[in-house]
Design a protein around this ligand. Structure first.
Ligand code: G1P
Length: 290
């Protein structure tokens, strides 16, 4: 069976300046969410959605991510020799599954999310592909798996996770221009990157899960710098929308913004409860610790 979405691109090149000094030596993607590195959740979510290849777009100063993601044969055999097979089997082999390929490509200069995705072009398998931003941790649902199940290129070739945010916060997101709403689907006529609150076309913000047609790489290659002087994925999506269609996907889970200290702390508190109960706590019953 051919898988519907074969590749997930995970941009991990950002320098995490908002989280300094935590991120001076440790990439933000490896910061702990209680007992698990943040990146592991994105890897798991992509695998749960059935992809066969992960492409990490990283930065030369963050090579340690490769060490975290790839199997460490020396450590495994050392632990086995000491009789710690359980650690190897449970803690070390759950990362990238044996039937999933992990590739790394390096983005030397920070030219924006659109440019990061473009860096993965040669490593992206045929057909539509996914992008997961690991900073946006979504729990309580396999968000990408839900999107893959809902994705129908005849309805819309571009699908982006959507979440309602406050008027003040919409300036931090790509904002949808909705044409209506159909259950979890938000058919839209475009996306605007980080609008001023009084110019925002809606309060539906884009969250870091995308399903994109392969030919967006042509669009990205000619996208000029936009908001913040960066090559924006949002602008390439907006440019393709009239031709292939765009749907927001309003997901069920809870999202933590792990690009900020508060999000990291709240996600850790959530994870601690989930581990204690051995099952994720209900979303509405969760109250972040003071
Ligand atoms: C990026 C995207 C933005 C999206 C956001 C979600 O922005 O450019 O459209 O809404 O991720 O987290 P960033 O947060 O990287 O500035």
């Amino acid at each position: 069976m051919t898988r519907k979405i074969r590749t997930a691109i995970l941009p991990v090149a950002g320098l995490g300046t908002r989280l300094l000094p935590l991120t001076k030596a440790v990439p933000k993607e490896l910061l702990p969410i209680y007992d698990t590195p943040l990146l592991q959740f994105a890897i798991q979510e992509a695998q749960d959605a059935g992809v066969e290849r992960l492409v990490f777009v990283s930065h030369p100063s963050k090579k340690i991510i490769e060490r975290q993601v790839k199997p460490d044969g020396v450590l495994m055999s050392k632990l086995r020799r000491r009789g710690k097979d359980d650690l190897v089997d449970v803690m070390l082999q759950s990362e990238v599954h044996a039937d999933v390929e992990a590739h790394f490509v390096y983005q030397e200069r920070q030219l924006g999310l659109g440019h990061a995705v473009l860096c993965a072009r040669e490593l992206t398998l045929d057909g539509p592909f996914a992008v997961i931003l690991p900073d946006d941790l979504i729990v309580g649902t396999g968000c990408l798996a839900e999107m893959v199940a809902a994705y129908d290129p005849v309805r819309a070739g571009l699908m982006v996770a959507a979440m309602e945010v406050s008027k003040e916060d919409i300036r931090k997101y790509g904002a949808f221009k909705p044409k209506g709403r159909d259950g979890k689907r938000l058919p839209s006529s475009g996306l605007v990157e980080k609008p001023a609150p009084d110019k925002a076309p809606s309060l539906f913000g884009a969250v870091g899960r995308y399903i994109l047609p392969h030919n967006i790489f042509y669009e990205l290659a000619r996208t000029k710098p936009g908001s913040g002087g960066e090559i924006q994925l949002t602008d390439a999506i907006a440019a393709m929308t009239p031709d292939v269609g765009l749907e927001g996907f309003i997901f069920d889970g809870r999202r933590f913004d792990c690009g900020h200290h508060d999000g990291l702390l709240e996600a850790s508190n959530w994870r601690k409860l989930a581990v204690a109960r051995d099952t994720p706590p209900p979303m509405d019953g969760f109250v972040a610790a003071e």
